[in-house]
Ligand binder design. Structure first.
Ligand code: PGA
Length: 265
């Protein structure tokens, strides 16, 4: 059984004290489950103090972004090299970065490569905008984002990459439209088909693909039970400990139900 990945993207919220309080509450409400990996993505500033506080049997840390050069005259930036040993994952190419900070396909590609070079697992976000969708460009956009982002990786590297499908129109920051799980299933299958064309069947099945976009504790189960969906990337709901714990619980309930089914058959 693949481990289900639940990632909480806190975006630009919570200072050190507030983050510490949230972790304390999450710790009380979330149990460690062998087949569920819970990842917290606080602001870069908070990674260091949280790394000393978290129970590593329950939580892993992710950065939300980093710069693609390892060192140099890049005022204001933090490199993946600096995040080594601090963050297990790093979100790369989130729609906020692409839209507000004009990150293009090549920059996202360089960041994916820098993450892998520094032994940090990139959580590569891909997804079409509302306009792309309206003009029937969804597949082309996903295809271009994936092929460019992965183009400098070896077959071995790709095993380590996590892909998050986040249609921009479904993210709470943008339109927050609730995506139909069936449509998401099609997009996830398409992502795997692109990976298959690039790296073959085995890797396309092994690579972890998440769904993200306004996921909350009520609808998490519907997305998590989609075929080929290995987890969720949660924004707004991850700031509420009860909702986030509820999402982890939904994953646990699904896994338990699956195990029961296996026993019966
Ligand atoms: P949301 O954010 O759950 O608030 O829509 C998802 C994300 O931006 O990763």
């Amino acid at each position: 059984m693949k481990r289900t990945l639940i990632v909480g993207n806190w975006k630009m919220h919570l200072n050190t004290q507030q983050a510490s309080l949230l972790v304390h509450r999450l710790d009380k409400h979330i149990k460690a489950h062998r087949n569920i990996e819970v990842v917290l993505a606080p602001s870069t500033l908070v990674l260091q103090p949280l790394s000393l506080e978290i129970d590593r049997r329950k939580f892993r840390l992710s950065a939300q972004d980093a710069f693609y050069k390892d060192e140099g005259h890049y005022t204001g930036e933090v490199s993946f090299t600096m995040l080594r040993d601090l963050a297990h994952y790093c979100i790369v190419g989130h729609s906020s970065r692409r839209i507000y900070f004009n990150e293009g396909l090549e920059q996202v590609r360089d960041k994916v490569q820098a993450a892998v070079r520094n032994e940090i697992v990139p959580i590569l976000c891909v997804g079409e905008t509302k306009n792309d969708r309206a003009v029937g460009e969804t597949k082309r956009v996903i295809h271009d984002q994936l092929t460019t982002a992965l183009s400098n990786l070896t077959t071995e590297d790709i095993n380590e990459v996590v892909i998050a499908y986040e249609p921009v129109w479904a993210i709470s920051t943008f339109d927050g439209e609730i995506a139909k799980p069936d449509d998401m299933q099609k997009a996830i299958a398409y992502i795997r088909s692109v990976i298959k064309d690039l790296y073959g069947e085995a890797i396309s099945q092994a690579v972890r693909v998440l769904y993200g976009g306004s996921v909350n504790d009520h609808d998490a189960k519907a997305y998590l039970s989609l075929e080929g969906c290995d987890g969720v990337l949660v924004g707004a709901a991850s700031l509420n400990y009860l909702q986030f714990a509820g999402i982890v619980d939904a994953a646990y309930q699904l896994q338990s139900a699956e195990k029961d089914k296996d026993h019966e058959s």
